[in-house]
Design a protein around this ligand. Structure first.
Ligand code: MRU
Length: 322
């Protein structure tokens, strides 16, 4: 399975996901600044993965001392605003930096621990998610964006459940939305599915409703970037539309996310800050301008109200908000 990063001898190597599936290029980060830049530019993306990357970024800052770690934590948290896993990981690292002893050794150890826990959480979510589907039946699942190994460093959240369904003989086929504007579904999820020989079909985002109308989807499974206290969920733009479509077609709509995606400080989805990205992501395609000089709305995420969610699956429990 493809990993989004690895650490070796003082360097954190990040697979540049912007170039997938055509090129496998690694960015060698020696500073927290370089890690923050990789997060900002989506070289590394996906809520749990950016949390883990930020943790390693702080370990890279540790040889410069505690003040450098504090400064790095401030700019790493600002790299992207919506996925709460980023600030969750940074807070965990800062708590460790208060301990006495070798700062670098303890921060590196904590970053490794965060990654290892994520891998274990992915496995537990895959088991719990797959248990919701009957043995003996084969399901057609729709997913959006990429909530796979490249978004988590493990087997994935939503894609982890899909992988487990496949292992258990319960998956007929996964349908993947291409996920405009940056095509995480087409470039990354499709790449993961093809690499694992999982039967998969790529569609454009606008085809999902029609596929449901044709009775070709049994369940929708997606990841999350932040879950509010009332169980409203922020995830990649387009998720809300899928939830509405699922509701209209009476199809179960599942969120799969680790407990670290819950934000105890956010009461409802209305309080979640949605990242707005460069208009060129919409007006250009692979660097080629494909729209006139026009106003653009480019939110990176949307919020699905809890009443549209059948279940939220974490490594600890299954919440049923809908
Ligand atoms: O902008 P991205 O690619 O970071 O958005 C990713 C998503 O929205 C994922 O669904 C989410 O982070 C969960 S990843 C396990």
């Amino acid at each position: 399975m493809i990993k989004p990063f690895y650490y070796k001898d003082g360097t954190f190597h990040i697979l540049d996901q912007r170039l997938l599936p055509n090129e496998e290029t690694w960015i060698a980060c020696k500073t927290a600044d370089q890690v923050a830049e990789a997060i900002k530019t989506l070289a590394v993306r996906g809520a749990p993965a950016i949390g883990i990357a930020a943790a390693y970024g702080l370990a890279l800052a540790a040889p410069l001392g505690k003040k450098a770690v504090e400064e790095a934590s401030a700019f790493l948290v600002r790299a992207r605003p919506t996925a709460v896993n980023l600030e969750w990981a940074v807070r965990r690292m800062l708590a460790v930096s208060d301990n006495s002893g070798d700062l670098f050794a303890s921060l590196l150890e904590e970053a490794q621990k965060i990654w290892k826990e994520e891998i274990q959480a992915n496995e537990a979510m895959a088991d719990a998610g797959a248990d919701l589907f009957k043995t003996g039946a084969r399901y057609r699942i729709l997913t959006h964006c990429n909530a796979g190994s490249l978004a988590t460093g493990g087997i994935g959240t939503a894609v982890g459940v899909i992988r487990r369904l496949h292992e258990q003989g319960k998956l007929e086929r996964v349908y993947m939305d291409e996920t405009r504007p940056l095509l995480q579904g087409a470039r990354i999820t499709a790449h993961e599915m093809v690499s694992d020989n999982i039967p998969a079909t790529l569609i454009t985002d606008s085809m999902a409703g029609w596929l449901m109308k044709l009775s070709k989807i049994d369940a929708v499974i997606v990841g999350a970037d932040r879950i509010a206290r009332n169980l409203d969920v922020a995830n990649k733009i387009g998720t809300y539309s899928l939830a509405v479509l699922s509701h209209a077609h009476k199809i179960p709509f599942y969120i799969v996310a680790p407990e670290s995606t819950f934000d105890p400080n956010t009461q409802s989805g209305e309080e979640i800050v949605i990242e707005q990205r460069d208009e060129k992501e919409v007006t250009c395609f692979h660097g080629v301008v494909c729209a006139p000089d026009v106003d653009v709305f480019n939110p990176s995420f949307d919020v699905t109200p809890h009443h549209l969610i059948t279940a939220i699956i974490t490594q600890e429990k299954v919440y049923t908000p809908g």
